[in-house]
Design a protein around this ligand. Structure first.
Ligand code: NAD
Length: 715
């Protein structure tokens, strides 16, 4: 029996219900066979009046098989392209049937799923939370190669189609209706197929209703042809605008733009071929491999508990205590209340705690204003947060997150004072950004219940939580912290205790290398540009200003006290610069009246001229490729050192942590995945070259040499 169920009713309508082997319908060989067979049957069907395409799964259709995409290697192009063409010809035959074809969209139709729906004449979707539509291929370094680019351009016109293709926007059913991408909504799943059939029955001219706009005589592209003045201008400037965004590091958006313009210029079938070539080319690129490996596979493994002790049963937090209602505490309170958790938000005074709660109020008011939340729901969320200065209010919390000032003795004192308020078996989490968890846990009477939960600022926007296990942290505690992070919809990575954990330690090398370059006499603007050219969101000096030079001095003083200064490498070159900047020139960072940059009242900024006087030497130059590699390789090398020393427990955590916590360039797929596609051997050699030219800090980590000798990748 086919995995596509085929049923014809008394009205001559055939309902094809996709019910493939496995949990979802996906575009693999089973699909290709089932679709070929079904189309042939439909083409031969006597008395056919229409077709409804439906799904027996929760998801309408999941899209391309990413395992196949990942496996495709240079040299496989012809076979890869032929398979794609087979899928496309099936969809083309479907839309050329002389009767209307309706997609009955019951669940997510993303990527290939949406492309199938676009090949139907009419799309009816169920208006529920499971329905998501869109073409997110770009976020994996790919393009919608099942006709998605060509059909979207022909359906909406070039200008309107581009944002969907280039940004991979996901829509719910209502948004898709508004955008004209579905034609009707129904309220329940049961109404879906009947509504699809009713539409077919209502079409007096079936042959006409079965014609796609682009197959009609005299079809004109919506929004004007490529020679219209508006589109001609768009086509001229769009590549430059795109390049500014991608910095030339992301091939997918560029190829998508290319194919979309061709789709507007050429006949439908030729454009489909060009689109297939585009996908074939992209699928072979290292960038696509990196993005698929990390954004899809690693992300799923991490979020499904890859680093969570499996033997501990899942548990949810019902009452969380947040100590310190400052920048971090107020954000932690907000995300917890948004997840329906009761929050006790404690600071040294009720006023301070209330100020922390006001932060949630402001964020919620914005949601209401944007129509994303009702006033009633806002009040419900706010009611969950209790601002207080009283220790007793913490009684019965099953999780306490401490986010007071970064001070070891204060944190010790608070632990001793308040851990007794925890419910039996409750967990104590510290949001420290730099203090070792084992050291903090020394003040606890139950160090096995003590763990690091490192949030990133701003908490409501940053998706990562770095969970840090101290020496004595138990598996139960780790599992509880992991479950809490998932409960508040964050992605948790798990690392072992070490100075700066994984994220801060690795990120610190980016700042260090940037400052070293300034000290060498290179122009600070060039240094910043090289950071951005490699794909980091901002230059190292701008970031230093945000985290604050002052704070860095304080952290270094703490490490010195602990005898751990320069534990992972000589920081003295950068330290000299930072000490001079703060100590002699009063440049502590953005929130201290300026640092490497000067900040104008209108929000603009420019490099502080004093920096040039202090360090810039016009005669000094370093090849730009070296500058870029230095800024990138320092971070990659540090990530590998974290892996070899056991700070990182898995490669996945390293890749996800670097993307979501450090801002690693998406094209790398994370700092460890980068090495896989750069080539382990090439990486080791490049490290050796950089070490010879710029210093020992670039020596390849032992783990890279081991992988090279074993002929293995980092997995
Ligand atoms: P903050 O100065 O904004 O807030 C600290 C809050 O703690 C203040 O409101 C203060 O009144 C309160 N506090 C001090 N002593 C207290 C006590 N005894 N009881 C209750 N509350 C008390 O600091 P922050 O930026 O929110 O940082 C808090 C912690 O989070 C620090 O450990 C910091 O290292 C860490 N962290 C900060 C960031 C960041 O980007 N700011 C990122 C990750 C982690």
């Amino acid at each position: 029996m086919s995995v596509f169920k085929y049923e014809k009713d008394a009205d001559g309508i055939v309902t094809v219900t996709m019910d493939m082997t496995g949990p979802v319908n996906a575009m693999n060989e089973e699909y290709r066979l089932a679709m070929d067979e079904t189309i042939a049957r439909l083409e031969a069907e006597q008395g056919l009046s229409g077709v409804v395409l439906a799904s027996a799964k929760k998801v309408f259709f999941a899209g391309g098989d990413l395992n196949d995409l990942l496996a495709a290697q240079p040299g496989d192009e012809a076979a890869f392209m032929a398979e794609g063409e087979r899928v496309k010809s099936g969809l083309r035959r479907l839309e050329k049937l002389p009767v209307p074809v309706v997609a009955a969209i019951n669940g997510a139709a993303l990527g290939g799923g949406f492309e199938i729906a676009l090949a139907c004449n009419y799309r009816v979707a169920c208006d529920d939370r499971n329905v998501q539509l869109g073409l997110p291929e770009v976020s994996l370094g790919l393009l919608p190669g099942g006709g998605g680019v060509v059909r979207m351009v022909n359906l909406l016109g070039l200008e309107k189609a581009l944002p969907y293709l280039l940004e991979g926007t996901r829509m719910d059913a209502a948004a898709a209706l508004e955008a004209g991408l579905v034609h009707a909504l129904v309220e329940s799943q049961e109404q879906l197929v009947p509504a699809a059939k009713a539409w077919i029955v209502g079409q007096s001219d079936k042959a006409d209703a079965g014609l796609q706009p682009w197959d009609r005589k005299g079809f004109r592209l919506p929004g004007g042809s490529v020679s219209s003045p508006q589109l001609a201008q768009l086509i001229t400037v769009a590549p430059a605008m795109l390049r500014k965004k991608t910095r030339g590091l992301m091939p997918a958006p560029e190829v998508i733009l290319d194919c979309a313009v061709e789709a507007a210029r050429l006949d439908f079938d030729t454009a489909l071929k060009i689109e297939s070539r585009g996908l074939t080319w992209l699928a072979m690129t290292p960038v696509a491999k990196n993005m698929i490996s990390t954004f899809f596979f690693a992300m799923n493994r991490v979020n499904r508990g890859g680093s969570r002790p499996p033997a501990v049963p899942p548990q949810s937090v019902t009452r969380v205590g947040v100590l310190g209602a400052g920048m971090m505490g107020q954000g932690i309170a907000y995300v917890s209340a948004m997840a329906g958790i009761e929050v006790v938000l404690k600071d040294i005074s009720v006023e301070a705690a209330e100020k922390g709660k006001a932060y949630s109020e402001a964020l919620l008011a914005k949601r209401v204003q944007r129509g994303k939340m009702t006033e009633e729901k806002k009040e419900q969320v706010l009611d969950l947060i209790l601002p207080t200065a009283s220790n007793d209010d913490l009684a019965g919390c099953d999780f306490i997150v401490e986010a007071v000032f970064e001070n070891l003795s204060l944190k010790h004192k608070i632990t001793r004072e308040l851990e007794g308020q925890l419910a039996a078996g409750g967990v104590w989490g510290s949001n420290t950004s730099s203090l070792p968890i084992t050291e903090l846990a020394a003040a606890s009477s139950k160090p096995e219940n003590f763990i690091g939960v490192h949030f990133f600022s701003p908490v409501d926007k940053m998706p990562l939580v770095e969970i840090i296990c101290g020496e004595k942290t138990s598996d139960e505690t780790l599992a509880r912290a992991y479950d809490y992070a998932r409960q508040i919809k964050k992605t948790p990575i798990v690392v072992n205790d070490s100075l700066g954990f994984f994220t801060s330690r690795t990120f610190g090398t980016y700042l260090d290398e940037g400052v070293r370059m300034v000290k060498e006499g290179l122009h600070p603007v060039q240094v910043e540009n090289m950071g951005k050219a490699v794909g980091m969101p901002v230059g190292p000096l701008a970031v230093y200003d945000e985290v604050s030079l002052e704070l860095s001095i304080k952290a270094q003083a703490t490490w010195e006290e602990m005898g751990e200064l320069d534990k992972f490498g000589d920081g003295s070159v950068a330290r000299d610069v930072i000490n001079a900047m703060v100590g002699e020139h009063g440049r502590g960072g953005r929130h201290h009246g300026g640092g490497f940059y000067e900040y104008a009242a209108d929000g603009s900024k420019a490099i502080w001229p004093g920096l040039l006087e202090l360090y810039y030497q016009p005669g000094i130059s370093v090849p730009e490729q070296d500058m870029r590699d230095r800024l990138l390789f320092r971070q990659v090398i540090e990530a590998l050192r974290c892996l070899e020393s056991g700070v990182l427990r898995t490669v996945d955590d390293g890749n996800i942590g670097s993307i979501m916590g450090i801002g690693a360039p998406p094209w790398t797929g994370g700092f460890i995945q980068f090495v896989n596609t750069y080539g382990v051997e090439r990486f080791v050699h490049r490290c050796e070259d950089l070490a010879a030219a710029y210093g020992e800090r670039f020596q390849p980590p032992a783990i890279a040499r081991q992988k090279l000798a074993a002929g293995e990748l980092f997995e």
